[in-house]
Write a protein that binds this ligand. Structure first.
Ligand SMILES: Cc1cc2nc3c(=O)[nH]c(=O)nc-3n(C[C@H](O)[C@H](O)[C@H](O)COP(=O)(O)OP(=O)(O)OC[C@H]3O[C@@H](n4cnc5c(N)ncnc54)[C@H](O)[C@@H]3O)c2cc1C
Length: 312
């Protein structure tokens, strides 16, 4: 029988990565986990420790100071971090989600400027797609980017943006052609502190997650900060999901593992009718069902990332 986080579908390199990240997370993040998970803003000490351990290098290609992007590695890191702290998982994932549009579609100067500081943790990344009136329906966004010489002028509002107020750089989607639907969206890198741009964090959620809103009021962004061609923004956003969507399932497995461990410990601690409740067969059935579902879920993301071999 294999012991978590081992798994017959992992190769030696992946098994080694999982164990190293889990050990780091338990030792370095564990003591801060409760405080971080209750924080409405990015927990800078957790973020710093992960940077020092080199985790953000896994979301950046080697030529820009990273270790290369492999979706299986991203999944494993998220699963291990999430088993200790949901906040740590989010901080790691957002470095990837907020930088992958630059990796996939930025020109060379943008990559040179914005990617190395993400790998080292000197920069904090965010992704601004969702708006009060458009979530799943990305093509329904109404934030506009009007070309004016060598700048674009952005106007609009984003909400539910992870790391809002804490990020140093944001990839933002806006309509350059409001009549063209999904084909009228473009993507831009907007730096924190740009005049006309305000990022407000600290929005309260039921989840352990730093989140907030972005406001653009005649915000002038250099045209050179556009990612890809005009109108390519929707495809750029969807490419992000190719890499990161599977990893959401992996993170959920990590949280499931934490829940199972809590349940097992409580079953061994709580006594009723003269014995530990874990000794009642009805409780054992439930714990066995949890463990079975968790193993099946892990198997499905491991298999999914094998099929997604081109992703790494
Ligand atoms: C913790 C958290 C972090 C987030 N971080 C970010 C971030 O960093 N950047 C960012 O841009 N956004 C972020 N979001 C926003 C997230 O991407 C949106 O919440 C998501 O896209 C859903 O949009 P919505 O909330 O507007 O729901 P809606 O799109 O309004 O959906 C409402 C309901 O309708 C259902 N629905 C929608 N369309 C269909 C359909 N075609 N068929 C059937 N059912 C449908 C949905 O499944 C859902 O149940 C975050 C959200 C959360 C909760």
């Amino acid at each position: 029988m294999l012991t978590w986080p081992d798994n017959a579908l992992l190769d030696d390199q992946q098994r080694d990565l999982a164990l190293r990240v889990l050990t780091f997370a338990r030792q370095e993040i564990g003591p801060l986990a409760r405080e971080a998970d209750e924080s409405l803003r990015l927990h800078h000490e957790v973020f710093r420790r992960m940077a020092e351990f080199g985790l953000y290098r896994h979301v950046i290609p080697e030529e820009y100071g990273g270790d290369g992007i492999a979706s299986a590695h991203i999944c494993l890191i998220r699963e291990m971090l999430a088993s200790v702290s949901a906040h740590a998982d989010t901080a790691f994932a957002m470095q990837g989600l907020g930088s992958y549009p630059i990796v996939s579609s930025g020109d060379e100067p943008l990559k040179q400027k914005y990617l190395p500081p993400i790998a080292t943790g000197q920069a904090v990344a965010a992704l601004g797609m969702t708006e009060p009136g458009a979530g799943s329906d990305v093509a329904g966004i109404t934030t506009t980017a009007r070309r004016d010489g060598d700048v674009y002028v952005l106007n609009g509002e984003k909400m539910f943006i992870s790391n809002a107020g804490d990020a140093t750089q944001y990839v933002v989607l806006a309509k350059t052609d409001p009549e063209a639907g999904a084909r009228g969206i473009s993507a831009f890198v907007v730096e924190a502190g740009t005049p006309g741009f305000e990022a407000v964090g600290g929005f309260e959620l039921l989840a352990a997650h730093p989140i907030g809103s972005l406001y653009f009021r005649d915000c002038r962004v250099p045209a050179d900060n556009r990612l890809g061609a005009e109108g390519e923004g929707f495809r750029i956003a969807m490419r992000n999901l190719d890499i990161y969507r599977t990893s959401v399932g992996a993170a959920a497995c990590g949280m499931g593992k934490a829940a199972l461990d809590e349940a097992l410990a409580y079953g061994d601690q709580r006594r009723a009718f003269g014995q530990h409740i874990a000794d009642f067969q009805a409780i054992q059935f439930r714990l066995a069902d949890m463990a079975t579902s968790l193993e099946a879920a892990r198997g499905s993301w491991c298999t999914a990332r094998r099929r997604n071999a081109t992703g790494g």
